[in-house]
Ligand binder design. Structure first.
Ligand code: DP6
Length: 414
């Protein structure tokens, strides 16, 4: 056996119960459990080619066309070391397995969306890296997926959830070595088939405070975070699991929006304060809140209201992700477009796959809703683009050898 080369892709995930805070910054162990939806790789993905080759002299990494210094990237070093150790332990246990753990590797990775725009690029990136190296070392199918999730976590916390498709919980665990801090699939991507996502990209600029630094400052300074960890998230995780199991959109929507609000509240409670949302983000919250208010009725005592049509959530950046059932996507999009006009130039790039919903709305109905909501329209261009996507599957193998490879025959980026 000579060269092992594989190309894989991995998805983005957007949490509805947010991870924010570490109890161990080296092992990336969280202060609370979290839950996310994996988004379709047909729209957003990291693609990674991994080649291990006895002729290579050093590990090398190219990210979005630029060579990175592998040795200075501690998280990357940890993930690679653990994967090689796993390969070695399998080799030690089975003499029929070729000894390849010492071979150097070239890794080339790219995202099909802007990095660090709050679109969870580190999650899909480290998930693709972990899955790709595990495939190249031929260990991915020999160990439980939860083990790969644990290794991806060493790269970036939220990456552990991108090893699964559908609805995914990251259980915080309690072991000091982090062995039980792994993700698990709560329901697969076909479970709630009419769940769609609309991503309103407010800015594709790099964010101000990276999540890693931001969340540690929150751990150090926010009293509110302690109450979130202790009193809010444990119960919310249970309620969110139940809402997903029952496909109860009202409960799902209310929990999602409350959790996004609380995550940004603990950011503001950080000292000095961190603020990821901007005027456009806040206008989206106002728009969705006013829109939902036209349909919601009180629910059972202590339960969610009934009649929600859209749920917003924001990560560590100004972009909104709206989780919407398919029957309401055209209407939600029309309302968003009324407040954030579609630019006349670049219409196709702005709308992308969302264009399929334009013109499918009840025009008179939408006009009356927009009037009731009563928000003055923003200038065209306040949103950069809209990405329409759905819930999707976990990492995929795209090909072996030259098939779909980002590396040329010489082992360097094409
Ligand atoms: C707001 O996973 O990027 O998206 O573990 O330090 O790499 P590190 O942080 P990261 O944080 C993600 C935070 C979040 C919420 C979430 O995805 O749950």
């Amino acid at each position: 056996m000579s060269v092992h080369q594989v190309t894989v892709s991995a998805p983005v995930n957007i949490a509805v119960v947010k991870y924010w805070g570490k109890r161990d910054t080296a092992l990336l162990l969280p202060t609370n459990s979290s839950l996310s939806l994996t988004l379709s790789q047909d729209d957003l993905r990291s693609t990674t080619t991994v080649r291990i080759d006895p002729k290579f002299e050093a590990d090398r990494l190219w990210l979005n066309g630029k060579e990175e210094d592998v040795t200075s990237n501690k998280r990357m070093v940890n993930v690679v070391r653990e994967l090689r150790a796993l390969r070695k332990s399998l080799q030690d246990a089975d003499s029929a397995l070729p000894v390849i753990d010492s071979w150097r590797m070239h890794v080339c990775s790219e995202n099909n969306f802007p990095t660090a725009a709050g679109l969870a690029s580190s999650a899909s990136g480290f998930a693709a890296l972990t899955f790709g190296i595990a495939q190249a070392l031929d260990i991915a199918e020999r160990i439980p997926r939860a083990q790969l999730s644990r290794l991806a976590r060493l790269g970036s916390g939220s990456a552990c959830r991108s090893l699964f498709g559908g609805f995914v919980a990251w259980n915080m665990g309690s072991a000091a070595d982090g062995n039980d801090s792994v993700a698990e699939q709560v329901a697969d991507e076909s479970h709630w088939a009419d769940m769609e996502a609309l991503i309103l990209v407010a800015s594709d600029a790099r964010k101000d405070t990276p999540s890693t630094a931001g969340m540690q400052l929150t751990v150090e300074t926010s009293a509110l975070l302690q109450s979130r960890i202790k009193d809010v998230v444990p119960k919310r995780m249970e309620e969110m699991r139940a809402a997903i199991a029952a496909k109860d959109y009202d409960a799902f929507a209310e929990l999602t929006m409350k959790d996004s609000n609380q995550f940004h509240a603990v950011c503001l409670d950080t000292f000095p304060p961190i603020s990821y949302m901007n005027d456009v983000s806040r206008a989206v919250v106002h728009l969705i809140t006013s829109y939902n208010a036209l349909f919601t009725q009180p629910g059972a005592a202590g339960g969610p209201k009934k009649g929600y049509r859209a749920a917003y959530t924001f990560d560590a950046g100004p972009n909104a992700v709206l989780y919407v059932r398919r029957e309401h996507v055209a209407e939600v999009l029309a309302i968003v477009n009324a407040v954030f006009p579609v630019p006349t130039t670049d219409r196709e790039a702005y709308l992308g796959r969302a264009a399929q919903y334009v013109g499918k709305e009840d025009v008179a109905g939408v006009a009356s809703l927009v009037k009731k909501i009563g928000m003055a329209p923003f200038a065209a261009g306040s949103l950069r683009r809209i990405i329409s996507t759905s819930v999707g599957d976990g990492p995929r193998v795209l090909g072996w050898g030259a098939e779909n490879s980002l590396l040329g025959e010489n082992g360097l980026p094409k």
